[in-house]
Design a protein around this ligand. Structure first.
Ligand code: FES
Ligand SMILES: [Fe+2]
Length: 382
């Protein structure tokens, strides 16, 4: 489809520049593009993304992706990890490399009772204590691994996901995982998933929600929306209200966003068809995010005569992420952005978001733009 056709057939008014990139792809090309590594990407340092990872609860896997007795390798936060589900049903996770001779325990490791057994020489690790409990061929256990010798991870299961707590200094969880009622409601559909790799940072992605002007130019909204924003201790909320045109006339629609820490985020769409989006976004590297969008809708709406509308909402939200991705994949972080009147509260967002980083050093804080840059005095809605 060429750009002119896209502009003419899309319900939204202004032509959107990124359609040039997205709309010429076939369905298969689009799916491949969502996961592809961009070529000639600038370095992490060149893009100012070397400011560390924000702490919080993050999704490791969907609960049904790890069976009892199963071990899997993971890579998040620039670290190799091994996760397993013991015979007691509990999930545990350790740093992947064995203290003995360095095997990656996520590849070929196995579950022994509730312990993780290394594939190389069968040393057995306790996931809670982070110690080696058994070495089948040795009469003794070296003292260095008899005491805590490896990082243990806090794990929770909620909303059909396995969550882990990330903090760069291994500080214990400062808040909890929020249970979302729709996620375990049998009257709501099983998750519908769409997946991307985004070659950028979590903070840049999160900032998008308060970047009001981009909604017009990237997503093609007729006007620049505004949102009612709420700032809690660890959570932030946003509500955007809009009239939506339907065959039955205008309805009042609303989009409620909620984020707790840097890793938990969900969105409720109301109006045409209720939709809950759980955004599972977990950093792999400083410039690479694993993004999995999980949607659930009331079965009565998603499986009835309104099924087409319900599908269209999901498709539209996925399309919006495609549009943002064109920018995010190469966006440079501007620690001291030049803000103009009409921009959303970017400075307020950054000031708030800085609490998700472990005590930034003065230098790192300056590079990240915390406590500097826009002071709101020139009309940026703070
Ligand atoms: S490397 Fe793990 S037991 Fe030897
Ligand atoms: Fe966006």
């Amino acid at each position: 489809m060429n750009v002119e056709t896209a502009s003419a057939t899309d319900a939204r008014t202004p032509p959107v520049a990124v359609w040039q990139v997205i709309d010429r792809m076939s369905k298969e090309e689009l799916v491949a593009w969502r996961m592809e590594e961009p070529r000639n990407r600038p370095s992490i340092a060149e893009r100012n993304l070397d400011i560390g990872f924000p702490f919080g609860w993050y999704i490791a896997l969907k609960s049904d992706e790890l069976a009892v007795g199963e071990v899997k390798p993971l890579r998040y936060f620039s670290q190799d990890l091994a996760i397993w589900r013991g015979e007691d049903g509990q999930v545990r996770m350790l740093d992947a490399y064995c203290k003995h001779l360095g095997a990656h325990m996520g590849h070929g490791g196995k579950v022994h009772g509730n312990m993780l057994e290394c594939p190389f020489h069968a040393w057995r690790y306790d996931g809670e204590e982070g110690v080696v409990k058994e070495i089948p061929y040795s009469p003794s256990i070296p003292p260095q691994v008899k005491r805590k010798c490896t990082r243990t991870w806090h794990i929770k299961e909620a909303n059909q996901f396995i969550w882990f707590w990330y903090h760069p200094d291994d500080v214990a969880p400062l808040f909890d995982v929020v249970e979302i009622p729709e996620c375990s409601d049998p009257d709501w559909t099983p998750y519908d998933e769409c997946r991307w790799d985004i070659w950028g940072s979590l903070q840049n992605m999160a900032e998008n929600g308060v970047d009001f002007a981009h909604f017009k130019f990237i997503h093609g909204t007729a006007t620049i929306p505004t949102a009612e924003l709420g700032w809690g201790e660890w959570d932030r909320t946003g509500v955007v209200r809009a009239k939506m045109g339907t065959p039955k006339g205008e309805v009042d629609g609303a989009i409620h966003t909620h984020a707790v820490g840097a890793g938990q985020a969900w969105v409720r769409f109301t109006g045409i068809c209720e939709t809950l989006l759980l955004a599972a976004i977990t950093p792999i590297e400083l410039d690479r995010l694993q993004v999995r969008y999980f949607y659930t809708q009331p079965k009565a709406q998603a499986e009835g005569p309104g099924a087409g509308v319900a599908r269209a909402i999901i498709k539209d939200v996925n399309k919006q992420l495609d549009q943002d991705k064109v920018v995010w994949d190469r966006q440079q972080y501007q620690p001291n952005p030049i803000i103009c009147q009409g921009d959303g509260p970017i400075a307020k967002f950054r000031q708030f978001y800085s609490r998700y980083y472990a005590q930034p050093s003065a230098e790192a804080g300056e590079r990240a733009g915390f406590g500097s840059g826009c002071d709101g005095s020139h009309g940026c809605n703070d």
